[in-house]
Design a binder for this molecule. Structure first.
Ligand code: UD1
Ligand code: CA
Length: 463
């Protein structure tokens, strides 16, 4: 059986942030989420996370993720080896199993690397298998020391490394496979005799070598998978790499058209249909699904929404809503609060839709607010229509029947119902229901006073 321990107790001093480091975000998701997802994708369900600095924040967050994730508290935080010691009960229960250990601040670690390193670990009957990588810039990582024949000797931390050791380009990713038995032995024999007076998990390698156990290093095929973030500069790099990983997959495997990836940030679980075009500065997150043949962006933000086929979203913000096939939105449109825009709806510049159902083919071309409303099909909203849905205390709904015509600058004071095909004169303030097929005019009657200007001379310099 397999299980995993994720180290997430460190403060992450170099982030200069109040947040525990593993809560710092990559594509708007805490780094630790990616680690948990990769572990689960590799078929490992039994997970124990070591928490420490602001553990309540990490624990509350883990409770929101799927599955029953266990935690063990490390206080104070005396190093990665000390962190693993806090999971002694978990390790004892898995004495006969294989235990994966990962850093919670390494969100690029992937299920493929986890599975391949496991196969290597089992294939060689190792007590410890390191996941290493050969990188151009090894700075800040632990270096893998080998003898002339390539046999593993130990891991040297940056702070303890001699100048010649700093030249080593094979680094420790912080991901390891142990046998339960080997790991228990190792944590019982770690010391803190090093530059930082910490219990280093990396010393487990030497402890097990001295014990005569089998050891090995699985060299990662894609070295970027081993990257972590210790400061915001590195966090930005991880965002770039994750962005490329997701965008590349969508372009190559699905056939999504991203002519320029500048500012395009797409969440890991977002689904997009082929030949949909994503334009610059577009952020698509959460549980979002987009159909084929859409044009999304530029400058569009979508979260937790379902977008049909052939939809145009130009400079839009779409939150928690459904946009059906053929809808054309924008520029500068906001749709939120569980709204549904049915087939072929057109919503134009400076229109906001909130918690409303808009029927098929309805048009609202400019400067309109539709809130808490049930709108039929084929309705025409004139420029500047406002549903007045809030009286300072309560929110109430407007209902607008199929085919109604709402003249420009109409106020609909909710709750109010506009009948099918009803016609509202521009500038009306509607407080009462309008029957089907009726014309409604609700504005002061116009008065023209002939010759008034010449008589009153209201303008400057008039004689
Ligand atoms: C560690 C490794 C290093 C490796 C690097 C890969 C050690 C001694 N060094 O260094 O060889 O190249 O990861 O990224 O292990 N943590 C705790 N409790 C602690 C200290 C840390 O839970 O007392 C957690 C942190 O929250 C983090 C992880 O362990 O998620 C790694 O800690 P960090 O301080 O970032 O280790 P590195 O210096 O990066
Ligand atoms: Ca680190």
């Amino acid at each position: 059986m397999k299980c995993a321990i994720i180290l997430a107790g460190g403060k992450g001093t170099r982030m200069k942030s109040d947040k525990p480091k593993v809560m710092c975000e990559v594509i708007f998701e805490p780094m630790i989420n990616y680690v948990v997802w990769a572990v689960k994708e590799a078929g490992i369900e039994d997970i124990c996370v070591i928490t420490g600095y602001r553990h309540e924040v990490v624990e509350a967050h883990l409770a929101t993720l799927d599955g029953d994730i266990k935690t063990a508290l490390q206080e104070p935080q005396l190093g990665t080896g000390h962190a693993v010691m806090q999971a002694r009960d978990f390790i004892s229960r898995h004495y006969d199993d294989d235990i994966l250990i990962l850093n919670g601040d390494g969100p690029l670690m992937d299920a493929d690397t986890i599975s391949k390193s496991y196969a290597y670990h089992k294939g060689n009957s190792n007590a410890i298998t390191l996941v290493s990588a050969v990188v151009e810039n090894p700075f800040s990582f632990g270096r893998i020391k080998r003898d002339k024949n390539g046999t593993l000797l130990r891991i040297v931390e940056e702070k303890d490394a001699t100048p010649s050791e700093k030249e080593i380009h094979e680094i420790n990713s912080g991901t390891y496979w142990f046998t339960g038995k080997g790991l228990l032995y190792a944590i019982n024999n770690l010391s803190n005799d090093n530059a930082q007076k910490e219990y280093y998990l990396t010393d487990a390698l030497e402890v097990l070598i001295r014990n005569g156990d089998n050891k090995g290093a699985y060299i990662c095929e894609h070295s970027e998978s081993t990257l972590g973030a210790n400061d915001h500069r590195q966090l930005s790099d991880l965002n770039t790499l994750m962005r490329e990983r997701i965008n590349d997959r969508l372009m190559i495997e699905v056939g999504v058209d991203i002519p320029c990836t500048d500012g395009v940030m797409i969440g890991k679980d977002v689904k997009i249909g082929n030949s949909t075009q994503i334009l610059p500065n577009t952020i698509i997150l959460g549980n979002t699904e987009i159909g084929e043949g859409c044009v999304i962006g530029p400058n569009t933000y979508i979260k937790d929404s379902k977008i049909g086929e052939g939809v145009i979203l130009d400079n839009c913000k779409i939150l928690d809503s459904t946009i059906e096939d053929g809808v054309d939105c924008g520029p500068f449109v906001k749709v939120r609060g569980g709204s549904v825009l049915k087939k072929d709806v057109h919503v134009g510049n400076f229109v906001e839709v909130k918690n409303s159902i808009i029927g098929e083919g309805t048009k609202s071309a400019h400067l309109t607010y539709i809130g808490d409303s049930d709108v039929g099909a084929g309705v025409n909203f004139g420029c500047g229509t406002v549903t007045c849905n809030y009286d300072g205390k309560n929110k109430t709904r407007c209902k607008i029947g199929d085919g109604a015509f709402i003249g420009c600058n109409t106020n609909l004071i909710a709750p109010v119902e506009v009948g099918e095909m009803a016609y509202i004169a521009a500038g009306s303030t509607i407080t009462d229901d309008i029957p089907k097929d009726a014309l409604s005019v609700a504005r002061a009657k116009q008065v023209n006073k002939e010759g008034w200007v010449q008589k009153k001379k209201p303008y400057k310099n008039m004689k």
